[in-house]
Design a binder for this molecule. Structure first.
Ligand code: MN
Length: 268
């Protein structure tokens, strides 16, 4: 039976992704590969990473790419400029960089239509057995099953906004509701409110020095683009869960202050 491999935020760190798959002895015909989102931005090879994931799918692999907030940023850009992009024109460099970050223009220039299609097809969550994968976090106000989160068109705009927040959530009000962007006081980490009703939730979005195992949640963004490590959570047939990681070859993005983020000193 297949292994389930869930990969943390890649952020364009393609060499590290290839190293990690090699270390895991990934087999396209046997394993199910799930990305927790944010393949793009910050690291050196965003467009190449999308192309690599498309190639894995073409090789017949079962690959699920859950949408992250950075992927969503590219999709919003695509919606805004789709006519131009479909004609093969590139919006001005400054516009791309303002919207998408310093590497925005070069990434867009390299993206092919199949890369946009891959992004457009990304679900907001994935569930198999006792594991749910999503990018950001879960509000305890969401009572529908994760598979229904994919069908967000059938919800009201308020509900849709709440569901979209799955990509962004870090903290919640104590009653489980989603705060406005500029609210910071009296909030608690979403992980502390999650009661396990969707099984283990595996997520990215919050770069840490180590895998963040807290209650029924497992954060696997181990800050690869900041020079730390790229991590995969592995579920073997029979449900045993563990994680593997590889070291980043470099610090690609502006590093946050060390007090906020301590890097693991271990090597592969
Ligand atoms: Mn991220």
């Amino acid at each position: 039976m297949a292994r389930l491999l869930v990969i943390g935020d890649v952020h364009g760190c393609l060499i590290e992704l290839e190293n990690l798959l090699r270390k895991l002895q990934y087999e396209a015909q046997q394993d199910t590969l799930v990305f927790v989102g944010d393949l793009l931005n910050k690291g050196p090879s965003g467009a190449e990473t999308l192309s690599f994931v498309n190639d894995l799918k073409d090789d017949g692999g079962e690959v699920i790419y859950v949408r992250g907030n950075h992927d969503e940023k590219y999709l919003q850009f695509f919606n805004q400029f789709s006519k131009r992009l479909r004609r093969g024109e590139k919006p001005p460099r400054r516009l791309c960089q303002g919207w998408l970050g310093p590497d925005g223009h070069s990434t867009i220039s390299k993206m092919k239509s199949r890369d946009w299609r891959l992004l457009l097809g990304t679900p907001l969550s994935f569930q198999r057995g006792n594991l749910t994968v999503l990018h950001g976090g879960l509000s305890s106000k969401i009572h529908c099953k994760p598979k229904h989160l994919l069908d967000s068109k059938s919800f009201s705009s308020k509900r849709r906004a709440e569901i979209k927040s799955l990509m962004y959530i870090r903290n919640l009000h104590k009653d489980g509701s989603v705060p406005n962007q500029n609210q910071v006081r009296g909030l608690v980490p979403w992980q502390d409110l999650y009661d396990g009703r969707f099984g283990w939730v595996v997520y990215g979005h919050q770069p840490k020095s180590h895998v963040n195992h807290r209650g029924h949640t497992i954060g696997i963004d181990t800050a690869c683009c900041y020079g730390n490590r790229l991590t995969a959570l592995v579920q073997e047939p029979g449900s045993q869960i563990y994680w593997e990681s590889v070291a980043a070859r470099s610090c690609y993005a502006n590093c946050p202050p060390p007090k906020r983020l301590k890097y693991a000193a271990t090597a592969v």
